[in-house]
Design a protein around this ligand. Structure first.
Ligand code: 13P
Length: 337
């Protein structure tokens, strides 16, 4: 019988509770250099280290952000970066009461002999990297694996996704980092909302089975699911009420109440859609902290306002605060559009 190390259990539960605190959610700002480049390109800004630093500094130094944001997921580059005033980015966050986290996966690669699907890399040497990230101030981690509905999903793709997440979760917890469990069921495709629910149920069933096998402490994890929605190309659209109903059905069927927080990704929804869907889920009682871990749905207006110009920084920070407050209100179920 395998045994858990368990050395960090108390701390893991405390960190998870701090992140899953009422009226707050996670700011995902962990775009890889390539993805960050796409975002910067959309506003005509060159993708180099200085510009990435300037943009991320704008985010972490937004005054008052800690009222709405409890955790920020960083890319490795940002965890070790300093702001223009010489302060470390992670210290800027901590000073605002925001827990710094780190993306620890190494991205996606083609999965051999699948239906053209992908798997998530990064387990090799993960224990050593996690120990380094903890030393650098990170207290939680993120690992994003994906499942594509139009491509199947195949049995091997779902199993790979679930097992990889479970191994990553065990390794992170043994290094003192709260793992965010993110099996992203992708929005692409013309599938119905019912099909999305069916696939999501299968994915979460396997993920929890393997997490249990790997002795993951459920009180010390956070989930990052995709909301249950029709595919992006499905002609039948769903209202926030329908999305909330399908998503809560998934959570009630698959997630034990021991899990302290559910932080949804926005996955290509508009800023307003992501807020309205979250609000709807919090208008009825549920056993978890149901909140957000948005990247695009928090950052789209910020980027558009900033345009890479120093004189727009203050306005861009205001745009960030506005989205953060809207989602904080939605977490409490009191958002008024
Ligand atoms: P989006 O909210 O833009 O989907 O990003 C969240 C995220 O971190 C995906 O891993």
């Amino acid at each position: 019988v395998a045994v858990r190390a368990g050395k960090f259990d108390e701390e893991l539960m405390k960190t998870a509770k701090t992140i899953a605190s009422p009226g707050r959610g996670i700011m995902a700002m962990d775009e890889s250099n390539a993805t960050c480049g796409k975002r910067l390109d959309s506003i005509g800004v060159e993708n180099n280290e200085d510009n990435r630093r300037a943009y991320r500094e704008l985010l972490v130094s937004a005054p008052g952000l800690g009222e709405y944001i409890s955790g920020a997921i960083l890319f490795e580059e940002t965890l070790y970066q300093t702001c223009s005033n010489g302060q470390k980015m992670s210290d800027m966050l901590t000073a605002q009461g925001i827990v710094p986290g780190i993306k620890v996966d190494k991205g996606l690669a083609p999965l051999a002999n699948s239906n053209g699907e992908q798997w998530c890399m990064g387990l090799d040497g993960l224990d050593k990297r996690c120990a380094e990230y903890y030393k650098a101030g990170a207290r939680f981690a993120k690992w994003r694996s994906v499942v594509s509905i139009p491509n199947g999903p195949s049995t091997i793709a779902v199993r790979e996704c679930a097992y990889g997440l479970a191994r990553y979760a065990a390794i992170s917890q043994n290094a003192g980092l709260v793992p965010i469990i993110e099996p992203e069921v992708l929005l692409d495709g013309d599938q119905t909302i019912e099909r999305c629910l069916e696939v999501s149920e299968a994915v979460w069933a396997e993920t929890f089975k393997y997490m249990a096998d790997n002795k993951v402490l459920f009180e010390g994890i956070l989930l990052k699911p995709a909301m249950v929605t029709p595919g992006a190309e499905c002609p039948t659209r769903a209202s926030p009420q329908q999305v909330a109903h399908a998503t809560l059905t998934l959570l009630k069927r698959r997630v034990p109440p021991a899990v302290p927080g559910i932080h949804f990704l926005s996955g290509g929804q508009s800023e307003l859609e992501a807020t309205l869907n979250l609000q709807e889920m919090n208008r009825q009682p549920n056993p978890w902290h149901v909140s957000f871990s948005y990247a695009r749905a928090l950052q789209n207006s910020v980027l558009k306002t900033w345009q890479g110009k120093q004189e727009n920084v203050e306005a861009a920070q205001k745009a960030l605060l506005q989205r953060a407050k809207a989602n904080s209100d939605a977490q409490k179920g009191v958002y008024d559009p």
